[in-house]
Design a protein around this ligand. Structure first.
Ligand SMILES: [Zn+2]
Length: 105
C-alpha cells in the first residue's frame, strides 16, 4: 500500500465517521423533538402492549382484540386473587373460632 493510498483511506474513514456522527446527532435531535411533542399531548398507554391511547379510554387498552382478551383475563384473575385474599384468612379465623368455642364449650 502506497503512502498516497494510506492517506486517502484515512481521509475516507474520517469522512465516514463524520457522516456517522452527524447522522447520530440528527437522530438524537429528532428523537428529542418527538419526545417533546409526545409529552405535550395527554395520553395513557394500553396496559397490555403500551401503545399510546386516548386519555379517556376505558378500560385502558387499545383497539386490538388480543389486548382486550388479555386485559379481560388479567382482570378476572385479579378478582379471583382478591376473593382468595379475603376468603382464606376468613376461613382460618373461622377455624380458630370453632376450636376456641369447642375447647370452652
Ligand atoms: Zn394494546
Amino acid at each position: 500500500m502506497s503512502r498516497k493510498e494510506k492517506i486517502q483511506r484515512a481521509a475516507q474513514r474520517t469522512a465516514g465517521e463524520a457522516r456517522e456522527a452527524a447522522k447520530r446527532q440528527r437522530d438524537s435531535e429528532r428523537l428529542a423533538r418527538e419526545r417533546r411533542n409526545f409529552a405535550t399531548t395527554a395520553h395513557r398507554h394500553c396496559s397490555v402492549c403500551w401503545t399510546p391511547i386516548p386519555l379517556d379510554e376505558e378500560p385502558p387498552i387499545c383497539s386490538d382484540a388480543e389486548c382486550a382478551e388479555k386485559q379481560q383475563k388479567r382482570e378476572s384473575s385479579r378478582k379471583r386473587l382478591t376473593v382468595m385474599l379475603y376468603l382464606f384468612p376468613g376461613i382460618a379465623i373461622l377455624l380458630v373460632m370453632l376450636q376456641v368455642l369447642g375447647a370452652s364449650g
